[in-house]
Design a protein around this ligand. Structure first.
Ligand SMILES: [Zn+2]
Ligand SMILES: [Zn+2]
Length: 272
């Protein structure tokens, strides 16, 4: 059985878990660690995950909302860290990981991490490097996670297609961003092709994935300033239902999973 949850998600910090239970017990990977070690341990407890089952941490990029808890956590729990070469170099250069940390680049190949087949794919974002991850579990079920991307390129779309679950950034409402208090340069940065994904862009992408058969989605990395969880959910849900794929009965029976990842604390698990 494969499952996905977020430990916390949003502009103030991001971390997610992918877990599978096999004969070896429950083992899991984390994606990013953007809050302190204490918060990670609290969320793991909420998710009923024993840290001894952690097999590695995948890092999308070196922005602080993805790595600020890494150093202290790795001192206590020294597991391998996986990511793109540029990201790992930035982590080492910025002293964001202990000197003895095991950093393993996985650009352009699939890495077997304790029975999880992990592939990194490049995303467009204003960092040294940035990637999402495609993860294949031992039972053959797959998921992809992509946050911090200015747009969904064709290669990214290919990594999202065919997955049992997709966790995608749903960062901002365009009107809230444009009418909000951010200075012009910051609005431009967020809205650019190297910034973040808006609710509308996320909705369009998920509608395409739904048409191709995916029915489990997690909305991640919501902006605190420029988004509201109910608005993000409503924008995406409205778009997903536009094509009339579901009857009210099917929806009531749980034919579609659309989870908004909470800013603080762990989400529910989604099985895929
Ligand atoms: Zn970022
Ligand atoms: Zn971020």
């Amino acid at each position: 059985m494969a499952r996905f949850a977020t430990l916390y998600s949003g502009s103030s910090g991001n971390s997610a878990a992918v877990a599978q239970t096999t004969a070896a017990g429950t083992e899991f990977l984390l994606v990013d660690m953007g809050k302190n070690c204490k918060q990670a341990m609290l969320s793991l407890q909420q998710l009923e995950l024993d840290v001894r089952g952690l097999k590695g941490i995948l890092v999308t990029h070196e922005h602080s909302d993805h790595i600020s808890g890494l150093k202290v956590f790795l001192k206590k729990h020294p597991v391998p860290v996986y990511g793109g070469v540029a990201t790992l170099e930035a982590l080492a250069a910025e002293d964001a990981v202990p000197p003895a940390a095991q950093l393993i680049p996985i650009d352009g190949r699939q890495e077997d991490i304790a029975g999880f087949g992990v592939e990194a794919f490049a995303t467009s974002h204003d960092s040294a490097g940035c990637c999402g991850f495609h993860i294949e579990c031992a039972d053959g079920h797959t998921m992809s996670i992509a946050t911090d991307l200015g747009y969904v390129s064709h290669p990214v779309m290919q990594q999202l297609q065919g997955c049992g679950l997709v966790a995608l950034e749903c960062n901002y409402d365009k009107t809230m961003l444009m009418m909000g208090s951010y200075p012009y340069y910051l609005k431009s940065r967020i809205n650019s092709t190297r910034g973040h994904l808006s609710n509308e862009e996320c909705a369009e992408t998920l509608a395409e994935l739904l048409a191709a058969g995916c029915t489990r989605f997690a909305l991640c990395h919501l902006s605190q300033e420029n988004n509201i969880p109910d608005l993000a959910r409503a924008t995406v849900m409205e778009r997903l239902l536009q094509d009339g794929r579901f009857t009210p009965e099917q929806l009531a029976a749980g034919a579609l999973t659309l989870q908004v990842s909470p800013r603080h604390g762990a989400s529910d698990w989604i099985e895929f």
